[in-house]
Write a new protein. Structure first.
Length: 267
């Protein structure tokens, strides 16, 4: 489990950290875990685990089943809904994203920076795109391997980008994943010349993604990009048409955002 790249804080509250580890362990086990199983996975004593689980159950973050195992509680779903609401762009822009999905059949995404990290803000799934179960609002892994991530990384200075990659790593998702900063710089430069960032088989074999900047801003937290996913061979065959559609959708969403915020600069 990757924690914060800058290491453990000096004022870390151990009991809170342990409770979150317990919650993670339960969440990774959909069939449920007993207290002893949780203790082993989290490397905690049974007594400590028992107290943590009782507290989490009281607060609604885990649920005890009749067989004595624990599963994730409904409070986790509430927190996820709050996260997606905080990330999501305004409703008018979300409607345009869904319209683009309906017209093309391809899944569309909006990505942004949040706390210095690249995350997915909006997702509209299309029936003609391969299903990517990881790509949900709040996804924050593998920016170097996705078109959405590349489009945002390209807005950083070389020094900022290198620091980001050192902090969050360049995991190898497939044999085609770019795992060296220098090679990624070359790829990003090609994307800038092309007017669209792409990835083919780099995040998932057989899948291709394309992305363009939706909103540019001096403040990284206000930058937005839009992308879509489809079978890799289809992206190769229709790249020019995909770019036109993405740019058209980006202009429409950018205009809707500018209407709500006069200070926004749309691309």
């Amino acid at each position: 489990m990757v924690r914060h790249p800058h290491g453990e804080p000096s004022d870390l509250i151990r009991s809170v950290s342990r409770a979150l580890r317990v919650l993670e362990a339960v969440g990774q086990s959909p069939k449920g875990l007993t207290v002893k199983q949780i203790a082993r996975r989290c490397e905690l004593t049974t007594a400590t685990t028992y107290h943590l689980v009782r507290t989490l159950a009281y607060e609604g973050y885990v649920i005890r089943r009749e067989d004595g195992t624990y599963i994730v509680g409904l409070q986790v779903a509430d927190r996820f809904r709050e996260l997606t609401a905080a990330l999501r762009v305004p409703a008018a822009a979300d409607d345009l994203l869904r319209r683009a999905t309906a017209e093309t059949g391809f899944s569309h995404y909006i990505g942004r920076f949040l706390g210095g990290q690249i995350v997915l803000a909006n997702v509209a799934e299309g029936p003609q795109s391969p299903y990517l179960e990881d790509l949900i609002p709040g996804w924050d892994d593998g920016a170097h391997a996705t078109a959405i991530g590349k489009a945002l990384l390209a807005t950083l200075t070389p020094e900022q980008r290198l620091r980001y990659l050192k902090d969050w790593g360049m995991r190898e998702f497939t044999p085609q994943t770019i795992t060296q900063p220098e090679a990624l710089d070359v790829d990003l430069a090609a994307g800038e010349r092309r007017g669209m960032h792409i990835e083919l088989n780099q995040y998932r074999v057989g899948v291709g993604c394309a992305a363009v900047v939706l909103r540019a801003d001096r403040d990284p937290e206000r930058r937005l990009v839009i992308g879509c996913a489809m079978p890799a061979e289809q992206l190769v065959a229709t790249a020019h048409a995909v770019r036109r559609r993405l740019q058209t959708t980006a202009r429409a969403i950018g205009a809707s955002l500018a209407g709500e915020d006069p200070g926004v600069m749309a691309v």
